[in-house]
Design a protein around this ligand. Sequence first.
Ligand code: FES
Ligand SMILES: [Fe+2]
Length: 444
Amino acid sequence: MLSQADNELLTRSGKGTPMGELLRRFWMPALLSAELSERDGPPRKIKLLGEDLIAFRTSDGRVGIVEPHCPHRGAGLYYGRNEECGLRCAFHGWKFDVDGNCVDLPTSPPESNYKDTIKLLAYPTREWGDMIWVYMGPKDRMPELPQLEIGLVPTASRYVTKKWQDCNWVQSVEGALDTAHFSFLHAVLAKDEATARAALAKAAIADQSKPDDRIRWIHNDPRPRFTIHGHDAGLLIGAARKTDSADLYWRISQFLMPNHAYTPTAFPGEIYYGQCWVPVDDLTCWIYTYCWQPDRPFSNAERVKFDGGFNVHAEVDANYVPLRNLSNDYLIDRKVQKTDTFTGIEGVSEQDAAIQDSMGPIQDRRREHLGLTDVGVVEFRKLLMGAARALGNGEEPKAAQTASRYAVRAGGWVAAPDKNLDAVMTERFGHRRGYVGGQYGLGD
Ligand code: FES
Ligand SMILES: [Fe+2]
């Protein structure tokens, strides 16, 4: 349970709010590279952290993300001409480069230095991991890009997309960190083999075309025991369930400051999944969903399958809005819900979205009653709210300065019951916090 004041602190991301300022100390995905692929192509309207912005790709391939109104008399730069390495206002032709410098001011005499005094608000951008990233904080605090493994593997070994969500970003992150819900929300009820297989292939765990031990263990033990450790970039969240023997089945996720989370499923050789939540405003967000395979390229068949949704990736339209969404009740099928799956909604992503959106645009956390399996959510809030408060007191977030420590993995493992999370991580990943940066020359 949170007080109203704490709920506001946690969920509001506008400029000048404590959480908004914390988020602005980190790089954020602003667009997929594919959304702005054309040099001198049309500018795009975007909205991030409550700020309306314009994105454009120049003749030399650089990306600008700038305020939407021309500093001359406020015309919308969206209607401008994107030409010769800058965006030219359609009203009187003032032109700006990606850094917000006014590079041409044709309404002033050529000898005037008036244009040197004109500046358009422009945020630094980077392109990395098939995404365009933006930094919206103070320039003198700009960190390195977080070294997430999705950006370290070759292009052929990753797949990145995004999806719209109709709720505040925080409750959606909390949904990802609460891995206990897998025993219910994503459960398959069908008893006959063929229906169960079909439901699993569509709705339950990515890459599973048939029931396996892990699914049975998840369903048989709805009370995983959590162990959580902090590290330089965020939180390691381990949940141990019973198996058929004395061994424990561990599902281990990562939360990476301030808005990334990795799923806990992958065994060695399987696909790793991550998500990054970027507030559009306080009531909606984009979720960048990505997966990677460090050992090999993805096949075309796999890419087609990712496009079809049914896992972390949703099935989306051309504007990245999920086909099954709030406006159509996620196409819930009550007959399927009675007999085949716990929700009657197709797709893991869509099942998550339905439940997260259903809490209301911003969950009223004054009314919640947390239990033992919510410990990941509690630790996440403590970390985030603590960092926002500390920043308000002048203490910069450490995670922003430790870019290399984002090179971690999350996943699953079966281990002897006497092994603690450190030992399980070492067995599974060769490092007690799942760090793999050494493989990419980022140091030990
Ligand atoms: S309003 Fe943009 S050039 Fe005049
Ligand atoms: Fe889920």
